[in-house]
Design a protein around this ligand. Structure first.
Ligand SMILES: [Zn+2]
Length: 68
């Protein structure tokens, strides 16, 4: 007895942005990139300017995120 696998269909109309990308700029070297999921109001994030990709300086800095 074979069960036919069910299928669903989706189009672009069914998509949505689930994570907010925040534009980051390193205060040391000025490199810019985007981080997902770093948009919680009133929170302070510790971010390392990654030197393993692009031309980051490897330094760590804090980012304060607020509503405005
Ligand atoms: Zn940097």
């Amino acid at each position: 007895m074979s069960k036919k696998m069910k299928e669903i269909y989706r189009t672009y109309a069914d998509t949505e942005v689930s994570v907010l990308a925040t534009s980051i700029q390193c205060p040391y070297c000025g490199m810019e990139w985007q981080e997902d999921d770093m948009s919680e109001c009133g929170r302070t994030y510790e971010i390392t300017c990654d030197d393993e990709w692009e031309d980051g300086c490897g330094k760590t800095f804090k980012m304060h995120f607020d509503a405005s």
